[in-house]
Design a protein around this ligand. Structure first.
Ligand SMILES: [Fe+2]
Ligand SMILES: [Fe+2]
Length: 215
């Protein structure tokens, strides 16, 4: 059982560095910071593990689409229906790479948070939502929809009086980020991943963030 100490996280930062471009590494550190901030209120007993997931979330980004699919086929543990579309394949491929290259971090919640960080999913957990939202709103993002989602989220989250309020702000932020993603993909005539649509309809029909993973 890993204890996610500062030392463990420090060495993980160094280990993920070669998998990432300079820009992607800075983004990754920024996701770690944002995710830690959210977890401190929404999932305080697991901040270290959330930070580890953030550090690992984009490690497959450099690979070609072909190689991403190869990793998913070889090490994939997560049931995916269709092959994921190009933009999001690095997420499940990242989970597969954790199994292959960072086995001590191959814990169920880290794997699923990495696998679904681009699409979200129906019945997602608080842990998964923290990585999903932190990835979308971390402060180095410059896209207008990221900045507006960040502002709206923090207005609600920073004012949360209880853990329940913090989780509700996380749920609202997650829905907002998903809607913006769907809108962006449609506007740019890109291929929309089914998992995102199904996640959005789950939340739009009153779905809650779960505390424990269902499968
Ligand atoms: Fe990503
Ligand atoms: Fe990312």
């Amino acid at each position: 059982m890993i204890d996610y100490t500062e030392d463990v996280l420090l060495s993980l930062r160094a280990r993920v560095r070669p998998y990432l471009s300079e820009k992607r590494y800075l983004h990754t550190l920024s996701v770690e910071g944002e995710a830690a901030y959210i977890a401190a209120r929404a999932l305080p007993e697991r901040v270290g593990e959330v930070r580890a997931a953030a550090l690992l979330h984009d490690i497959a980004k450099k690979l070609s689409y072909e190689n991403q699919l190869n990793y998913i086929r070889e090490f994939g543990i997560i049931s995916l229906g269709e092959a994921p579309v190009g933009e999001v394949a690095h997420a499940p491929a990242g989970a597969a790479m954790i199994k292959a290259h960072f086995p001590e971090f191959a814990k169920a919640d880290i794997l699923s948070a990495v696998a679904f960080h681009s699409t979200g999913r129906r019945g997602m957990t608080v842990f998964e939502a923290i990585i999903f939202l932190a990835d979308y709103i971390e402060p180095t993002r410059v896209h207008e929809s990221c900045k507006s989602t960040r502002a709206a989220f923090h207005a609600q989250f920073d004012a949360a009086a209880t853990r329940e309020d913090a989780v509700e702000a996380l749920r609202m932020g997650t829905i907002r980020a998903m809607r913006q993603t769907v809108e962006y993909v449609r506007k740019n005539n890109m291929e929309l991943d089914e998992t995102t649509l199904s996640a959005l309809s789950y939340f739009e029909n009153g779905g809650e963030l779960l505390n424990l993973r269902e499968e």
